[in-house]
Design a protein around this ligand. Structure first.
Ligand code: SF4
Ligand code: SF4
Ligand code: SF4
Length: 272
């Protein structure tokens, strides 16, 4: 039973958030929302431990489609970074601000970039493309993410301070158009660079939050040097080009790890 500690812990963390927010904000939605996400993630971890090959993909589809279709399209919540800025400007701590706080700002201190591996609705689609393992070297264009980050902030600030009418409707359409752009650019880049995760590496503005916080993550892939035979399989299969066998927090591309566990599955010596 000890091996199921992690899924049990994840469920406990999410249920704590669910109940706390439900009681604090007197809104049953939070109980449903965080329970659903917690159960989906715990189910995925449980299936992974049972060695089910599609465990991670199931969680991605369960959580990603829930957030995109139910929260975004049906409930009209802009869950992209623009929604986060919007709620920050209005001073309201709900929807996108809570989501960002839990999944992308403070959560990564515990579970790193687990969001990117298990829940993101952009990557949910990109991971279906054929280049699961990058075919070429990493490009030196990661600076683009700072431009997209700044552009998202300037866009929402301009809307907010110019007091345009119907801002909620604009935010809804920004969510639709933003997602279409993300998917379009993400798919195009994947084919150009022969790398499903090119969008994550070079364009995604959310990595500005995710990378520094995940540097301190409690959950990390570590290498047991006494078992490792330096075969290099783990690093060849890693979608994010992480120097996995280096255990230091400063390892190359360390803050890019999305905890997908492909390296662990590939290791012939169970050293990860
Ligand atoms: S880097 Fe961005 S697009 Fe990629 S999985 Fe993470 S949040 Fe999603
Ligand atoms: S393969 Fe391993 S090191 Fe690479 S992203 Fe996945 S979990 Fe992280
Ligand atoms: S796959 Fe396993 S044995 Fe091979 S280099 Fe990686 S950690 Fe070492």
């Amino acid at each position: 039973m000890k091996k199921y500690t992690l899924p049990a812990m994840m469920l406990l963390i999410f249920e704590t958030v669910a109940v706390t927010l439900w009681l604090a904000k007197d809104n049953l939605f939070y109980l449903f929302n965080f329970s659903y996400i917690g159960i989906s993630i715990s189910l995925g971890l449980f299936l992974f431990i049972r060695k089910y090959p599609y465990a991670r993909r199931i969680v991605q589809l369960l959580v990603g489609s829930y957030m995109l279709i139910y929260l975004g399209l049906i409930c009209n919540e802009n869950m992209q970074i623009e929604g986060f800025w919007y709620y920050l400007f209005t001073g309201v701590f709900e929807a996108a601000t809570i989501h960002y706080a839990v999944a992308k700002i403070f959560g990564p201190l515990l579970f790193g970039r687990g969001w990117c591996g298990f829940a993101c609705w952009t990557a949910m689609v990109l991971d279906f493309l054929p280049y699961k393992t990058p075919k070429g070297d990493r490009k030196n264009i990661g600076w683009i993410r700072y431009i997209t980050f700044a552009a998202s902030l300037v866009f929402v600030a301009a809307l907010f301070f110019s007091h345009v009418g119907n801002i909620e409707k604009i935010m809804f359409w920004a969510f639709i158009i933003g997602n279409l752009l993300y998917y379009g650019i993400g798919i195009a880049l994947a084919y150009v660079f022969k790398d499903n995760r090119a969008f994550c590496k070079y364009i995604c503005p959310i990595t500005i939050f995710l990378k520094p916080m995940s540097y301190f993550s409690l959950a990390r892939i570590k290498c047991d040097k006494s078992k490792c035979i330096s075969c290099g399989k783990c690093e060849r299969i890693c979608p994010m080009n992480v120097k996995i066998t280096d255990n230091s927090r400063k390892r190359e591309n360390g803050t890019e790890c999305i905890l997908c566990m492909e390296c662990k599955r590939a290791c012939p010596k169970d050293a990860l």
